[in-house]
Design a protein around this ligand. Structure first.
Ligand code: NDP
Length: 239
């Protein structure tokens, strides 16, 4: 049984990833920031289904707090699967974008990637096996109006994943990004109505969190050992 940390496991896509990794037999550490109750509910669901899980909470933008929490988790054993899924958006057309909107999105997605992934990398290298999967977005590939901050953060995660993949490739660790399109969760609920989705998604529907989770689970498995440094889209044919 491998131990997997899923940041933002309290959110829509993160919870689905947690359930799926648990179903694959991993011990899942369901991470939350503010919604620890939601993470605990996911843990209870996994345990009720016969799986193994625990909840943890910390703010990924707080470097010291993240390092302390990760040290405590590592004391119980190695973490060999990391899913960087925590993310926020704070949309505005660029001329009206505030510094706070820019900073907050970069802080959670990009600095959060560093704050969580960096302290886990050397311990993962020591085990000679690892999977680092980061949830980005179609906006990080194509750009998106009103999301200069969000697409900058997600695009940077693609570049970071490619560089890290090169550094750890010889140690049995793969590093990939998964770039979803429109996925039905609380985050996307206010952003797109059904008509807009029909226009922008060739498959004319939003994706399901479970569909993203299936892709992540494959990338977390033994079977994906030769896939690294890739950005893999899951978007109903949008691009
Ligand atoms: P949700 O809003 O449902 O979940 C976001 C998660 O991120 C929550 O668990 C939240 O924790 C966590 N989080 C936010 N800020 C912080 C922070 N400072 N520290 C730690 N955790 C934090 O979003 P989704 O499930 O929809 O999205 C998950 C990922 O998928 C994101 O990275 C998003 O950008 C990406 N994505 C989503 C798409 C969609 O259509 N839904 C499309 C493309 C990409 P808590 O609630 O506990 O505070």
């Amino acid at each position: 049984m491998k131990r997997a940390l899923v940041t933002g496991g309290s959110g829509g896509i993160g919870a689905a990833i947690c359930r799926r990794l648990a179903a694959d037999g991993h011990h899942v550490i369901v991470h939350a920031n503010r919604s620890i109750g939601k993470a605990e509910a996911v843990v209870a669901e996994i345990i009720a289904a016969g799986g193994s899980a625990e909840a943890v909470s910390f703010d990924v933008t707080e470097r010291a707090a993240a390092a302390t929490a990760i040290e405590e988790l590592l004391a119980a054993g190695p973490i060999q699967i990391l899913v960087n899924n925590a993310g926020i958006h704070a949309d505005a057309v660029f001329p009206g974008m505030s510094g706070e909107q820019w900073d907050s999105v970069l802080d959670v997605s990009l600095n959060g990637f560093f704050n969580v992934t960096q302290p886990l990398t050397l311990p993962m290298i020591r085990t000679r096996w690892g999977r680092i999967i980061t949830i980005s977005s179609v906006a990080g590939i194509t750009g998106n109006r009103g999301q200069v901050n969000y697409s900058a953060a997600k695009g940077a995660l693609h570049a970071a994943s490619k560089s890290l993949a090169l550094e750890v490739a010889s140690r049995g660790i793969t590093v990939n990004a998964v770039a979803p399109g429109v996925i039905a969760t609380e985050m996307s609920e206010g952003a797109f109505d059904a008509e807009t989705i029909k226009k922008i998604v060739p498959m004319q529907r939003a994706g399901k969190a479970e569909e993203v989770a299936d892709l992540v689970a494959f990338l977390a498995s033994e079977k994906s050992a030769y896939i690294s440094g890739q950005v893999i889209s899951i978007n109903g044919g949008m691009i």
